[in-house]
Design a protein around this ligand. Structure first.
Ligand code: NAD
Length: 293
């Protein structure tokens, strides 16, 4: 049993902390929201009144926060000044590569092992303990983090050195954002051409148009019964989250001098969709906008 501090108990962090508590770890939990802390306590965690209190005496710190600025602030103000040398730090938030590298460098200077370990798999995966973790850090830090991540996920991949997990995450989600638009456009073209959606699915899902956005998350109701299209685009993975990841990808592409014209176009289209009041809808709902609705 390890002493783990868990900071950020939202939609993802809540169930992830619950899985660590279920695995008999001592989880000291903090969130700015009292309700989120109370929910974690109900699932076996122990209440901490501040992030600083949560991390005192912890062997491992896990964070699951909204964005880079929260991660920088929590590590700089609360975590690094209050943990012992050698503490393992795991940030599971999806943030910009630069912030991930900045915080990891501060951690290394203070004598800590740190990995960035963003996830894929959504709230369903967080609850079921089947998340995919894309990890950035040294082989030694990865080896230490793996047994903990295995209590929250199934597929744990060392993607590269510091920031490598974030890089893998945003590259993957850029593919996802672009491919969802591509699949949506194809279904809308099929509709205008009088081609039945199920027929297009039957052909494309076994032909060269096959991709995850089509076969697992089809944006029209019918062909894939579990996809959000069958429940009026309730998430799932919100359009606001997709926009966040596409913007992170663009930020990284600009900083690295990479040419990503389709990623840029996808970010524009999701921005339009989100700014028309659809941020809380599933990202596959963008098909409605492409249909002119
Ligand atoms: P969320 O908004 O539900 O949870 C974030 C939590 O962090 C909130 O409870 C908030 O109160 C807390 N918080 C913010 N600042 C804090 C601080 N200074 N100290 C303590 N707590 C603080 O978000 P989420 O859906 O759980 O997502 C968390 C991260 O995971 C994000 O980076 C997101 O991009 C990523 N992610 C989300 C999903 C998803 O499907 N929701 C999937 C993959 C990755």
């Amino acid at each position: 049993m390890a002493k783990i501090a868990f900071i950020g108990l939202g939609n993802m962090g809540g169930p992830m902390a619950a899985n660590l508590a279920k695995a008999q770890h001592h989880v000291s939990a903090f969130d700015l929201s009292d309700a989120a802390v109370a929910a974690a306590v109900e699932k076996g965690a122990h209440k901490a009144s501040s992030a600083a209190e949560a991390v005192k005496g912890a062997e491992i710190v896990v964070t699951m926060l909204p964005a880079g600025k929260h991660v920088r602030e929590v590590y700089e103000k609360d975590v690094l000044p209050n943990v012992a040398r050698g503490t393992l730090l795991i940030d599971c938030s999806t943030i910009d590569v630069e912030s991930a590298r900045h915080v990891a460098a501060l951690a290394e200077k203070a004598g800590m092992d740190m990995v960035d370990a963003p996830v894929s798999g959504g709230v369903g995966g967080a609850t079921a303990g089947t998340l995919t973790f894309m990890v950035g850090g040294s082989e030694t830090s990865f080896a230490k983090a793996k047994p903990i991540l295995e209590k929250m996920g199934k597929n744990i991949v060392l993607a590269g050195t510091s920031g490598g997990g974030q890089a893998a995450k945003i590259c993957n989600n850029m593919i996802l954002g672009i491919s969802m638009i591509a699949v949506s456009e194809a279904f809308m073209l099929a509709k205008r051409l009088g081609l039945d959606a199920q027929k297009l699915f039957d052909v494309a899902s076994t032909a060269s148009g096959q991709c995850w956005s089509l076969t697992n998350y089809c944006p029209v109701p019918g062909p894939v019964p579990a996809s959000p299209a069958n429940r009026d685009y309730q998430p799932g993975f919100t359009a606001a989250m997709m926009l966040k990841d596409l913007m992170l990808a663009q930020q990284a592409a600009n900083a690295a001098g990479a040419s990503t014209p389709l990623g840029a176009e996808a970010a524009q289209l999701f921005s339009l969709f989100v700014n028309s009041g659809n941020g809380a809808k599933d990202f596959s709902g963008i098909i409605k906008m492409l249909d002119g609705k």
